[in-house]
Design a protein around this ligand. Structure first.
Ligand code: AGP
Length: 587
């Protein structure tokens, strides 16, 4: 929910500027405010402000060690004072934090009684004062570990200590990763912050702590305080993955990257997919779960499975509990998440695990909590997704589910061929003619306040995802319905010229969907077809590639593009929609 970035031994002696640059790469994790702290001559100096980090610069003094943060507010309003980092009373300890300290009221009362002065309303500031209190009688490592053990809730903290010139971080629930450069060490909540310098990383587990100093990085177990062996891994991510590469926004870059990331799914996970397919064929119950876009992916998975004659359930993670009692040790729970850190998904997974299910996660990010909770991981290999709005991670997850469904139907090789063909067809589809049509459509729709969408069967979850892209990126109210639902109430919303998208494929329900379109048209609605065929019902058509059950990929990509161009046209920031964070690590 927040971005954390720290550096030890900045080669240019400009650690604050380096941290600021790294934080800009993490802004998708929170953009209510930002702040940087640096060790200067007599104390720690802090520069922090509300608002997006964007083009921000800092006048902090030179130095080699700094720690910074971008915030997505939970406790305390969005003010300069509430921005991280937070300091102790003597400006010798700087703390940044990701998570919620559930017992902060009682801790704060105790610290105030002991004479500590607070400058913010945040739960985080409590941590700085608590460390200060314990530092009176212990060394910094013990003071921080003890403080961390006192905090209730899921938290990651990073502490910059003036006296020892170290950065110390502890993890429980919120992601942290260490980067090992050449005589330079980094701490971050996500790899893009330091990818420019190194791809040699260590993802902290819950209960891990790290100490970064000029001597290197040491790993500890927080509970025992004992040092552990740190085993780094080298990621295949490249610097370009975390750069815009000539595109104006990450979102549009990532939409185009799908031309490669979708087909890439055919060359990974093969062994695991075939093993899981055998289990499913032997009678294991299948449940797909996730939140937001990932829950639409889950729902699509259920339709893909039905096409192969296999029953599967899809349950949004935040509605999982009432149904968890039906889970047993012959259940496979597929948890879908780009970040692997979504709190609701993790809660569902922990419950399923308790009930004996085998957990299979379909994740894009690396080193996540979900990855650790899973028995099997299907990484979808889309590379870092920086835009808050999910596109390439979603389509790679969808493609993976499709391949799984085809494997269950004994058609895995055919599935791979179809996905590879999809990649080629989409490469031709995303051409300037399409972009011009989508831009023209966006111009027509720019001032609309409400839009409606219908789809049936596979195009129903597709319309849910299409609508979410419009809502997230342009802030226009776009409401999706199953086409069959229309006449049961929704039709009252249709007035003269109300824009209504009709998502369709050349499938067995095409005529039914067109009948629904006719009903809307008869009430004055403006029908925008997103389909691989022409129809007299469509006032406007964005023609998509005709690819059977995979037609929905093209249909959804039109929604991604339209959301992007609507957002840009309406002055929204397509990479960082208001109020949203990339990983929703709170319930
Ligand atoms: C996607 O565009 C959304 N920002 C959101 O719905 C997201 O899919 C959801 O929060 C789940 O995230 P996850 O995939 O990281 O678990």
């Amino acid at each position: 929910m927040c971005g954390i970035f720290g550096i030890i031994n900045d080669k240019n002696n400009q650690a604050a500027a380096t941290v600021l640059e790294g934080l800009k790469k993490l802004e998708y994790r929170g953009y209510d405010s930002w702040g940087v702290s640096i060790i200067s001559d007599n104390e720690i100096k802090v520069d922090k402000h509300i608002g997006k980090i964007g083009e921000a610069q800092t006048n902090l003094p030179p130095g080699t060690i700094a720690l910074g943060h971008t915030r997505w507010a939970t406790h305390g309003g969005v003010t300069d004072n509430n921005a991280h980092p937070h300091l102790d009373c003597d400006n010798k300890i700087s703390v940044i934090h990701n998570g919620i300290v559930e017992n902060y009221h009682e801790l704060k009362d105790m610290l105030i009684k002991n004479g500590h002065k607070f400058k913010s309303e945040t739960d985080t500031e409590v941590i700085a004062h608590l460390i200060e209190e314990k530092y009176k009688s212990k060394n910094i490592k013990e003071a921080i570990f003890e403080t961390f053990k006192t905090l209730r809730g899921s938290n990651a903290i990073a502490v910059l200590d003036y006296h020892s010139k170290m950065i110390i971080a502890c993890r429980n629930g919120s992601p942290l990763v260490v980067g090992l450069g050449k005589d330079q060490y980094f701490l971050a909540s996500d790899v893009p912050a330091f990818l420019k310098a190194t791809n040699e990383v260590y993802f902290l587990n819950d209960g891990d702590a790290v100490i970064l100093s000029n001597d290197g990085v040491k790993l500890f177990d927080i509970e025992s305080g004992k040092e552990q062996v740190l085993k780094p891994q080298v990621l295949d991510w490249k610097l370009e993955d975390a750069e815009k590469g000539g595109y104006p926004h990450f979102l549009i870059k990532e939409i185009y990257e799908q031309l490669k990331t979708i087909p890439k799914t055919t060359s990974i996970n093969g062994k695991e997919i075939l093993r899981l397919a055998e289990k499913i064929k032997s009678g294991y119950k299948v449940i797909f779960t996730g939140c937001g876009t990932a829950s639409f992916c889950a729902l699509t998975g259920k339709y893909f499975f039905a096409l192969q004659g296999i029953e599967a359930q899809s349950i949004p993670s935040y509605e999982f509990m009432p149904f968890s009692k039906f889970i047993d040790n012959k259940t496979l729970v597929f948890a879908i998440s780009q970040s692997g850190e979504t709190a609701d998904t993790l809660i569902a997974v922990k419950e399923a695990k308790k009930r004996g299910a085998e957990i299979v996660s379909i994740i894009n990010a690396r080193g996540s909590t979900l990855e650790r909770l899973s028995d099997t991981v299907l990484t979808v290999g889309a590379g870092p997704e920086i835009a808050v709005v999910s596109t390439k991670a979603f389509s790679a997850q969808l493609s993976t589910l499709y391949l799984l469904s085809m494997a269950v139907g004994n058609n895995y090789d055919e599935g791979k061929d179809k996905i590879n063909l999809l990649g080629k067809v989409l490469t031709n589809f995303l051409n300037p003619v399409l972009i011009n049509r989508v831009v023209d459509l966006a111009k027509n729709l720019m001032d609309e306040e409400h839009m409606y969408l219908i789809g049936k069967h596979l195009n129903y979850p597709a319309s849910l995802e299409f609508a979410l892209k419009i809502k997230e990126t342009s802030y226009i109210h776009a409401e999706p319905f199953a086409a069959g639902e229309l006449k049961h109430g929704v039709i009252t919303l249709i007035q003269k010229n109300t824009p209504c998208f009709v998502l369709a494929s050349n499938d067995e329900v095409k005529d039914e969907v067109l009948s629904s379109a006719a009903e809307i048209k008869a009430r004055g609605g403006q029908i925008i077809g997103i389909a691989p065929f022409e129809s007299k019902e469509f006032d406007i058509l964005i023609k998509t590639p005709d690819l059977g059950e995979l037609t929905i990929f093209g249909n959804i990509i039109v929604g991604q593009l339209l959301g992007y161009y609507l957002g840009v046209g309406r002055g929204a920031d397509p990479d960082k929609p208001r109020n949203l964070a990339k990983s929703v690590t709170v319930k």
